[in-house]
Design a protein around this ligand. Structure first.
Ligand code: MN3
Ligand code: MN3
Length: 340
């Protein structure tokens, strides 16, 4: 019997169907990201106070500024980066994945404030935010990356040109998350490698673990679109990408001199940045730009990054098991989202 109320109309809005997943990577990434969910408030940062009190003032200053810089980058990702990725989604499940990513970017951006509120005075915190919101190098990287996020497709463009607008957003995001963050991440990893400031570093390692999934996932989605481009357009994007990375690297050089010259770490930081620049290119399916490999990075940093898993949350076993991967896609099960 036909119910006259059950009348068919053209689809105005389609329901998301997780039982008809087009791309298995969406599902495996969703599972990976939800499995590694964490909150800054569960990490006992105040246990770092004994280490903090005996740090020389110059090191404290570098530490706090590095974290202020990271706050700006994660703010950009939480407000604009993840948002624009969502609009370029290829599948409905991809939008859901970016909803998770966007929320976690807000957790990341907030988590540095958890550290500041434990280690710094209110006056110091005000000065840090004033510094980062007006520092030329930090503002420059935010401006370059956000310029690509804000770029619009246009009816005057060809279909290929419009597609490239979207692909450039993904490249900008991967460069930010897999390379630019690392001039700041260096600091907590150095202390962790020296068994200091372990709880602040734990937060950073949880962030790094998330970013490694974001970079791999966005890089994978980039490659799907890139492979659909005609050869000529691929060549154009390829050249643009290397130029952009070099421009960003030059800015990292100056930023690292500003932050690290006083404590003598600049050269080591830049080796680490170049190593991660190569990883960003690898996420995008491209060849490395720099000769630096894992064996060129200060072993103390590698020691910090691979330091044992800890579980602060007895209920959900949220802890940190991130280890740095080899310089090839998805060689490490710790952030395997199911790519070959
Ligand atoms: Mn983040
Ligand atoms: Mn991210």
């Amino acid at each position: 019997m036909v119910n006259s109320l059950d009348k068919k109309v053209p689809t105005y809005y389609a329901a998301i169907n997780w039982n008809a997943v087009e791309d298995a990577i969406d599902k495996s990434t969703w599972e990976k990201l939800t499995e590694q969910f964490w909150l800054d408030t569960r990490i006992p940062v105040s246990n770092d106070l004994d280490d903090w009190r005996v740090l020389p003032q110059m090191e404290r200053d570098t530490f706090a500024k590095a974290f202020a810089g990271l706050t700006l980058l994660d703010t950009l990702q939480s407000v604009d980066g993840a948002e624009v990725m969502k609009h370029a989604a290829r599948t409905p499940q991809e939008i859901a994945v970016f909803n998770n990513i966007q929320f976690m970017e807000s957790v990341h951006a907030k988590s540095y404030s958890t550290i500041f509120s434990t280690l710094n005075t209110p006056a110091e915190i005000d000065a840090l935010f004033e510094w980062v919101d007006s520092n030329q190098h930090m503002q420059k990287k935010a401006k370059i990356i956000n310029g690509f996020y804000e770029a619009q497709e246009s009816p005057e463009n060809t279909a290929v040109e419009n597609k490239i607008v979207g692909l450039k957003k993904k490249v900008a995001s991967v460069f930010l998350e897999t390379c630019l963050f690392y001039s700041g991440f260096y600091t907590p990893l150095w202390y962790l490698g020296n068994n200091k400031m372990n709880n602040s570093a734990e937060i950073i390692k949880l962030i790094i673990r998330d970013e490694s999934v974001h970079g791999t996932y966005i890089g994978y989605k980039f490659q799907l679109g890139f492979n659909e481009l005609p050869a000529e357009a691929q060549e154009e994007v390829h050249e643009w990408m290397y130029e952009l990375l070099y421009t960003l690297y030059e800015n990292e050089e100056e930023y690292s001199h500003l932050l690290y010259d006083a404590i003598g770490w600049t050269d080591e930081v830049l080796t680490f940045v170049r190593y991660n620049a190569n990883k960003a290119l690898m996420n995008l399916g491209q060849d490395p730009l720099f000769p630096d490999t894992a064996s060129d990075v200060n072993p103390i940093i590698m020691n910090g990054i691979s330091a044992g898993t800890s579980n602060h949350d007895f209920f959900s076993q949220v802890g940190n098991g991130y280890r740095l991967g080899e310089l090839e896609p998805m060689s490490d099960d710790d952030y395997n989202i199911g790519l070959k």
